[in-house]
Design a protein around this ligand. Structure first.
Ligand SMILES: [Ca+2]
Ligand SMILES: [Ca+2]
Length: 61
């Protein structure tokens, strides 16, 4: 399901920028989960989300 944070279908710097905006964010909730930056939907943006993001880096290019 994870194909990037923005909607262009790949995982690159555009997604990283959005991720960075929400880095260390708390209080992420449905339906947008901090605009998708909370990849594991844990409620905050932390290293677990970064790890997930890194797994998919440059996918879809
Ligand atoms: Ca993207
Ligand atoms: Ca998270």
């Amino acid at each position: 399901m994870i194909a990037g944070i923005d909607i262009d279908g790949d995982v690159d710097f555009g997604d990283y920028a959005m991720f960075a905006i929400h880095w260390a964010g708390v209080d992420c909730n449905e339906p947008d989960w901090c605009e998708g930056a909370d990849l594991d939907k844990s409620g905050f943006v932390d290293l677990y989300d970064l790890a997930k993001f890194a797994e998919h880096w440059l996918e879809g290019k």
